[in-house]
Each structure stands twice: as C-alpha cells, then as structure tokens.
Ligand binder design. Structure first.
Ligand code: GLC
Length: 713
C-alpha cells in the first residue's frame, strides 16, 4: 500500500477521523442518530463516528466483522478500522491478574499467558490490546495495583518485556504499553489524582519499565490521565515529544486514555477544547480516545496557523503504518473468526496455562504446620467464606465469565475423590460487612471437619480502575469468621483473594496458615486445590510490600536510608507501632526449605565496562521438591546522590528436588550499577557496593558482601 499516496488523497477531516477512536457502542447496530449514553457528552456526530480510525470495546469476532464491513462501505478511502481492547489478563480464558504474575517471578509463564491471550484475541478480531500496564506502584490504596507487577523497576522491566513478547510474537496483535507516565504514584492512592516527583525518581524508578516495553518493540503507547509535575501527560511536550520521541527514539503511535485530552480542562490546564487539541498535537499525541478535540478544533488551529497540517500528517502516518504492518489493508477482517473463537477460547490447553500460572503466582505467607492437607487422610473438609463459591477472575475480565470458571469449592471437590467437601458462606462479601449471623453455622461445620479452608479477602470488583480504598483490612464479619472458626479447628487455612497488598496485622495472629491467591482467574479453584493439598508446591514471592498499617504507606523496600535508622528516641521510627512492614517485597514460603550459601565473588573489584560474577549454592533441605526465587540485591554504598538501601538487580527462579543443590551464578555489569546521577545522566560511579543474595527478600546488613567499582583501566 502506498501510504503517502493514500494520505495525499485524504481530506483534513478524514485525517482527523483517523486520529479519533470511538467506543464500539457508538457503532452498534441501531445506534440512534444522536449518540446515547456517555458518548452523548462526547458530542460526536454520526458522521464523526462513521469515519473514525479505530474503535474499542466491541463484543466479539462476529461483531467486529459486521462493524468493519459497515465501516468500509461508509469510508470513502476504504481505510479499515483498528479494533482495540483491554485484554489485560486474558481475553476469555482469564489468567491471574498482573500483580499475581509479578509474584511468579517467572517470565516464561508470563509470556505463555500473554501468548495464549493473544491467540484468543486474534480470532476474536482484536488488533491491539491496551496492555501491558507497567506503572510502578508503592501505594496499595490505589485500585489499579492489580494491573501492575509491583514496586520494583527491575522486576517490572522483565515483566514488561515478557508481556510484549507474549502478546506480539505471533505478529497478528499489537500491544500498547501504558500509562505513560508514573500514573501509579497517584497522590493518596486516589485514582485520577496528581503525580509529582523529581526527575530523578521518575527516571530511576517509574520510567524504566515503559522503556523496556519500547525496547522490546511494543507497537503503541498510551499516555496517562494524571498530571506529572503540573503538566497532564496527554499534553506534556517534555514527556512525550522530548523524552519519549526525541530521547528514546519512539516513533510509533501514542494514544490518549479515555477522554483524557478533554479532561485537561478539568485539570485546570486548558480553558478550552481548542487548547487541549493544540497541546496534545504539539506533544505529538496521535489518537484521541473518545473525545472530539482534534475533530472539532484542529481545522481552525490550522487556519490560524497555530498548528500545521504536517503535524497531522505525521500522526496519521503512524496510524496508517500500524494498519499496514498488521496487514489490515490486504485483510480488513484479519483473523476474526467466530468459529475459531468458539473452539480456541477456554480450550483445555488454555485452561492448563491459566491454572499453572495461578499455581505459580500464589504466595504462601504463613504455615504453622497446617499445610499441605493430606488428601488421602482427610474425610470431611469444610470450604467456608464469602468467596469460597466464587470464581475470582480479576477486574479486567474482558470476556471472561464466572460461570466458565472454577471456584475454590469446585476445585477442592474435584480433587478430593474420597472426602466429603462441605460449604458454608460464613459471611457476606462487603468490604465493611459486619453482619456475623452466618458465622455460627460455619463454626459448627468447621468443628466436625478434618480440614477447613476459609476463602476471604476482597471481591475482585473492589480493585481496578477507580477502586481506591482508604482502609485495607478485612471486613469485621470476615475477621470474626476467621477468629471463631480458628478457635474450633486448628487445621484451618485462610485463602486470601486480593488485587493489592492488604493490611492483615489485626488478623494474622489468628491465622495458622495463609495463602495469598490474588485474583487467580478462570482456573483459580483448581490451582488453589492443588496447592492446599500438596499436588504442587508454592514458589512465588511478594512483588509489593504488605504494610503493617495504612499509616506506613507508601511502604516499599527500595527506599532511601535514614540518618538514624534505629527505633527509639531521636530515631527513625513510629512511636505507636514497629517500623517493620508485615511482609516484605521478595517474601514467600514453600512446603520445603532452602539454604543459600554466602555469596562468592569472582573478584572484589570490577573495572567499568567489565563484569564480575557472584555465585551461591542453593540447597533444598526439606522433604518436598519445589521452586524458589534466588534474589540478588545491591546497594551503592556512597554516591553523588543518596542511594536506596538496596535494589533488586537479579533473580533466578529455580526448581530443586528434596536434597538437591544447585550453584546459582549472577553476572554483575556496570549497567546494573547505573543511576540518574548528579550529572543528570545514567552512569555508574566508582566506589564501594554491597550485595546480598537470598530467596525470601530478607536482608541482614551483616550478611552483605562488598566489592569495588573502579574506573576504566
Ligand atoms: C480506561 C483505562 C485504560 C483503558 C482505557 C480503555 O479508562 O484507564 O487503562 O485501556 O480506558 O478502556
């Protein structure tokens, strides 16, 4: 396709339509003359909608084919629509939420999940998924924690690359990294609030994962709702034009978030939609999602000589290039295939992938000789709680349905052929539920059983976009249920569903065994059953810190040091509770135990441009095979700027049979020691560094091993 020739034939209105994205319900059959619902406020006309360049949130392959057919009949240039969708953790077969995938520390599993989703969305007619979301998060009050892979830039970069590979490796689907930038630092954990930080913090912590996705070849990038240091990302020329495009060399599509151009007015940054359009195009933002600023203002801005048509042409070319790259001009319906959609979605192979991912991402947080339950010995098992008979899909469930999934109750019934599995609701789901009238029944049941599983936590609808929480504790009813049942049966395990770090301090002492299942998706129940009864072992670690209290937030492991690190008068402490968090980043238990030897270095000095190796012996000293995550942390002891007390600079997930040992070797290069220095560039500084290697995130200062970085020879 000669794109330049195509562009030369297009009118300005047709070009602006290519830069406008409308929700599919504007295009659905029988849409009234006036766009109804939220679209009405967007004041899009039927003509605007008819010529739009892309759409989002359509139902399935058949709908996509119909909409594309109608669109091509209407569009004078016969330019096919791009179909986009939020396939965040599954299209129809839903795998664990991204925060859970972060806990897996297993990029192969993550890539496999995204490739599976890509296969399903391809036949579903999706061309672009609005994923991966790589916003670093340090505040569990923010509902969108569930979409992130946690608080660490190194892990987030690995996960971003794995997700881009998984989604895009077939070449049939494009991924879209979001939300650029630093949306995860929303003030007070409130969604759509301000983000404010130094450029240093931005570059050392919040930006790396977007860059990792771009270097992995992601085809699109979405800017974020938030202001960043006073300037909304949608119209932030420094962020998008200067840094993303000029400094990083990103020359593909930038799409706004939903109505975000226009929301620059609400942010007090623009007085008119005309100003929104000007700022957005000057920042080189291309596609406007569900608002009409470009359509209704660019022509006048061009007439006034304030915006040039060349700016529009550059944006339109980026859109046309992606349409060509995906093959849309030759095959407008691409791979949309209702029959294949029916056959491939939720097939056994995909369910297995989802189940294994759920097994690999659940974290064992406590186990006082309760788990694993013995599936051949138990005769009566009680499965209790508001989420026992629910399929906890996760908030971005796309086309997933609970009815197609496996609850913990169903999974445990399916596994235990020789035991009686009994259910009691225990209490209702509500986040502040205090009605305990169902507890007695649950207690009575638990008394007569060999093993008890309580499924508690937060409903998956309580995390996700616009689902911030100021308090992160279990409901009063859930706490009463856990306490009362625990009193009558010590053989009780709590399975916690959550899309964020919760505050468990006031209940943890009443729990003998605690499994964090996150929101595990379609096959969650089977995974939970396999884990609880020892069919598989735990191997996941926390990708974000669990604070002791909301008062500790933001709570993250790679924070800067204090001049008075001790707890006590004139020290760095809370006078009303211990400073330590409840569970640290990198923490997670197993049914077996691992011993990690002291690190050995190939050299205690490293010249710039060279590398050294650090190795440890890891031994499974328990009775069960299992996986663990061997973690390398490094601290820059002294630098031109204060550096964090430690940072993850490597990890390896390994499997060891009982009694087996393995040598694990990490390479340390200058690259891993770089930071945004006092000279405003990424560089490593000569001097002393300290490193630790462990498999549970717990670091004792005295275990550190020092090495020196020297200048080039
Ligand atoms: C939402 C989200 C974004 C999503 C988009 C399209 O508001 O912020 O993550 O991709 O709109 O649904």
């Amino acid at each position: 396709m000669d794109l330049k020739k195509l562009l030369s034939k297009m009118t300005l209105e047709q070009k602006l339509a290519q830069l406008t994205q409308v929700n599919a319900n504007c295009l659905t059959v029988g849409a009234s003359e006036d766009i109804t619902g939220p679209e009405q406020e967007v004041s899009l006309t039927k003509a605007d909608v008819a010529s739009a360049g892309s759409t989002l949130n359509f139902e399935n392959a058949a709908e996509g084919i119909r909409v594309q057919k109608e669109h091509l009949e209407l569009d004078p240039n016969k330019i096919p629509l791009l179909f986009m969708h939020d396939v965040i953790h599954g299209y129809k077969t839903i795998y664990p939420i991204p925060l859970a995938l972060g806990a897996s520390f297993d990029t192969d599993t993550v890539e496999e999940c995204c490739a599976m989703a890509s296969e399903e969305m391809t036949v579903g007619g999706v061309h672009v998924t609005f994923a991966p979301m790589v916003d670093l998060v340090r505040d569990p009050r923010w509902g969108r924690c569930m979409e992130t892979t946690g608080e660490d830039p190194y892990l987030n970069c690995d996960m971003a690359r794995a997700m881009v590979r998984g989604f895009q490796k077939s070449g049939k689907v494009a991924a879209c990294v979001k939300h650029f930038a630093a949306y995860g630092q929303s003030e007070s954990g409130l969604d759509y609030s301000a983000t404010d930080m130094s450029e240093r913090t931005l570059r050392d912590f919040y930006l790396p994962a977007y860059k990792a996705a771009i270097d992995e070849g992601v085809e699109m990038l979405m800017t974020s709702f938030n202001i960043l240091n006073g300037v909304p990302s949608s119209g932030n020329k420094w962020l998008v034009k200067n840094l993303l495009r000029d400094e990083w060399g990103y020359d593909k599509i930038v799409i706004s978030d939903y109505n975000a151009f226009r929301e620059m007015k609400a942010l007090g940054f623009c007085e008119t939609e005309k100003e929104c359009a000007k700022l957005a195009i000057d920042a080189t933002s291309d596609i406007e999602m569900m608002s009409p600023c470009y359509l209704q203002n660019i022509p006048q801005l061009i007439n006034e000589g304030v915006v040039s048509e060349e700016q529009i042409d550059e944006a339109v070319m980026r859109v046309l290039r992606l349409k060509e790259k995906l093959g849309l001009f030759e095959k407008p319906y691409l791979y949309a295939d209702p029959k294949a959609e029916e056959e491939i979605c939720l097939c056994e192979k995909h369910r297995d992938i989802a189940r294994r991912a759920a097994e690999k991402s659940a974290v064992l947080l406590k186990n006082d000789n309760v788990l694993p339950f013995n599936k051949n010995a138990v005769k009566r098992v009680a499965v209790i709680g508001p989420f026992a008979d629910r399929v906890m899909l996760g908030n971005w469930l796309c086309h997933g349905k609970e009815s197609e999934g496996i609850s913990a109750l169903t999974g445990i019934k399916g596994l235990l052929k020789n035991a009686e599995v009994l259910y009691s609701k225990g209490c209702l789901e509500g986040v502040n539920e205090s009605d305990c009238s169902l507890v007695e029944e649950a207690k009575a049941l638990a008394k007569e059983c060999d093993a008890v599983i309580i499924c508690a936590g937060e409903d998956y609808k309580m995390s996700g976009e616009s689902m911030s929480r100021a308090e992160l504790r279990l409901s009063p009813a859930q706490k009463t249920l856990i306490r009362e049942v625990g009193k009558v049966n010590k053989n009780t395990a709590v399975v916690l569903f959550s899309g964020r770090a919760l505050v468990l301090t006031d209940i943890i002492d009443d729990i003998n065994a605690l499994v964090l299942a996150w929101q595990p998706g379609t096959e969650g129940g089977n995974a939970i059953a396999n884990l609880l009864f020892g069919e598989v072992n735990f191997g996941a670690k926390l990708p974000m810190t669990f604070p002791r209290s909301e008062g500790q937030i933001p709570a993250y492991y790679n924070c800067y040091r204090s001049s008075r690190p001790y707890e006590g008068p004139y020290g760095c402490w809370y006078i009303d509770m211990p400073k330590a968090r409840l569970f640290e980043f990198g923490y997670g238990l197993s049914y077996t135990s691992f011993e990690v030897s002291a690190p050995e270095l190939s050299s205690l000095t490293m010249n710039k441009g060279e590398s050294i190796e650090v190795s440890v012996n890891v031994k499974n000293v328990g009775k069960m095979a299992g996986e663990t995550v061997v973690q390398l942390y490094i601290r820059d002891d002294f630098a031109s700027l204060a550096r964090p007390n430690r940072e993850l600079k490597g990890y390896k997930k390994i499997f060891l049979n009982a009694g087996e040992a393995q040598r694990v070797i990490f390479t340390i290069s200058e690259e891993q020691l770089k930071f945004w220095s006092i000279n405003n560039k990424f560089e490593a500084e000569e001097g002393s560094f300290t490193l630790w290697v462990n498999e549970n995130g717990i670091v004792n200062e005295t275990d550190g091993v020092k090495f020196n970085l020297l200048s080039k020879k």
